[in-house]
Design a protein around this ligand. Structure first.
Ligand code: FAD
Length: 462
């Protein structure tokens, strides 16, 4: 038995980042992780492997569609799927190994195994019982499914199974047009699968502004994805290496079926708290099964905190990381803070889609008078030079103060460019502040400045 200042359960982006910050602040820290490698969902079966496959398949797409126009002629590469998976696994290994190195460097103990909390201040891992002044639950999330749809990770797969398919399917049906479904759908569409996305709502990527949703859907359709919108999936059944998805259209309740080699269920994720013993401890939960916390990530049990996907808020790695750092500060007697109003969201398709702050629709509902500055990438020289002229930057400001309240970008490197707007929002900047800032030419970021100019007297290249 060992005694710690802090024991964190789960080594995902929430848990491992929190552990490093705790150690930096002088707290004796251990992390319990049941997987064979550190890094949680994100590094093992989430952000990192999906981005590796997105990158590889994007390279193929470039070779097939854009090389010849640039004078790069010759046969496009063929796909060695085994090697692509090996590249993905190597990327995972480099990253998970990196976290192990950081644990050693910061003298953080990895307690290997599945942990539970038999009583306040104690963590059990295997037969060992450990003491901790503070315990942080960072146990993350697991894929959610639908009634009538049983995931077997072979024919009917979650995102985890979709990252290790035995072969590239001829026909793939994706249930759910959210971020994960569209990213993985894009991967397989680029690799030659016939991809159909079935979505219950009438628009893709719920929560985004309608103009962003429309443009994004049009671009994905151009890339070969087919959408069945307003369709409630009734069941997905596997048999003889094939699957059948049955859905009812919301409009007229008619039933239809689609055959597929693989069905990817991408209908969201649910908090994962299995085996922790939270019930017996009397930990309060939200109606959606998340651990309930206050503004300092404390639960109703003294000394027990929770962060990341297992609590409320967007299920994003960087949100978990921010909470991990902030809760470490709180436990060290400092002031941890997360600004939930400025958490970017990114879809890593090509082009990328990135958003931050409030949408135009949300602000309208709140009765805020807004001004919108929009600039199309067709007017951006750099984007056109790399065949990425589709999409736009949209900045939403308070019509009275010009303060930036939200933004969306569909375009090249949108996931990186959004941070200029995040920083502007953190500093309470106006669109004019961005418009007055010199932006290097020729860069994609000039489109951000042009959108800011469009909030005032007008963009130059529009
Ligand atoms: P997790 O990363 O889920 O880690 C929790 C860890 O706790 C796991 O390793 C688990 O094994 C461990 N654990 C659970 N219970 C116990 C226990 N009792 N004992 C010991 N260990 C335990 N987010 C982004 O921001 N950007 C992206 O591009 C992105 N892409 C994604 C792509 C996919 C396919 C998926 C599935 C997710 C993606 N996400 C992305 C979401 C992101 O992965 C999560 O938001 C993030 O991992 C949450 O971090 P976490 O620390 O809360 O939990």
């Amino acid at each position: 038995m060992a005694s710690y200042d802090v024991i964190i359960i789960g080594a995902g982006p929430g848990g491992y980042v929190s552990a490093i910050r705790c150690a930096q602040l002088g707290l004796k820290t251990a992390v319990v992780e049941g997987r064979d490698t550190l890094g949680g969902t994100c590094l093992n079966v989430g952000c990192i492997p999906s981005k590796a496959l997105l990158h590889a398949s994007h390279m193929l797409h470039e070779a097939e569609h854009n090389f010849a126009a640039m004078g790069l002629k010759g046969k496009s590469p063929s796909v060695d799927w085994k090697q692509m998976l090996a590249y993905k696994d190597d990327t995972i290994g480099q990253n998970t190994g990196g976290i192990e190195f950081l644990f050693k460097k910061n003298k953080i103990d990895w307690l290997k195994g599945w942990g539970s909390i038999p009583e306040a201040g104690k963590v059990k891992v295997g037969d060992e019982l450990h003491d901790a002044k503070h315990i942080v639950v960072a146990s993350g999330s697991a894929p959610a499914t639908l009634p009538g749809v049983e995931i077997d990770e072979k024919t009917i797969v979650s995102s985890t199974g979709a990252l290790t398919l035995a072969k590239i399917p001829k026909k793939l049906v994706v249930i759910g047009a959210g971020v994960i479904g569209l990213e993985l759908g894009s991967v397989y569409a680029r690799l030659g699968s016939e991809v159909t996305v079935v979505e219950y709502m009438d628009a893709i990527t719920p929560g985004m502004d309608a103009d962003v949703q429309r443009t994004f859907k049009r671009i994905l359709e151009k890339q070969g994805l087919t959408f069945v919108m307003g369709a409630a999936v009734q069941s997905a059944k596997a048999g003889k290496g094939k699957a059948t998805v049955t859905y009812k259209t919301k409009k007229d309740d008619t039933e239809a079926t689609i055959e597929a080699d693989i069905v990817l269920v991408a209908t969201g994720r649910k908090p994962y708290v299995d085996g922790l013993g939270l019930d017996a401890l009397g930990v309060e939960m939200t109606p959606r099964g998340q651990i309930k916390t206050n503004a300092h990530w404390q639960t109703n049990v003294a000394g027990l905190y929770a962060i990341g996907d297992v609590i409320e808020g967007p299920m994003l790695a960087h949100k978990a990381e921010d909470e991990g750092m902030a809760v470490a500060e709180v436990m060290a007697g400092k002031h941890g803070h997360v600004n939930y109003g400025v958490i970017p969201g990114v879809v890593y398709t090509s082009p990328e889609v990135a958003t931050v702050g409030k949408t135009e629709a949300q602000l309208k509902e709140e009765g805020v008078k807004t001004k919108v500055g929009k600039f199309m990438f067709m007017g951006n020289a750099r984007a056109k030079a790399v065949h990425q002229g589709d999409g736009f930057v949209k900045i939403i400001t308070d019509a009275t103060t010009d303060r930036v309240l939200g933004a969306a970008i569909i375009g090249p490197a949108a996931g990186d460019m959004i941070h200029e707007l995040c920083v502007a929002m953190e500093f309470g900047a106006s669109a004019e502040d961005i418009a007055l800032t010199c932006h290097a030419h020729p860069t994609y970021s000039e489109a951000v400045r042009e959108a800011a100019l469009a909030c005032g007297d007008g963009a130059i290249h529009a």
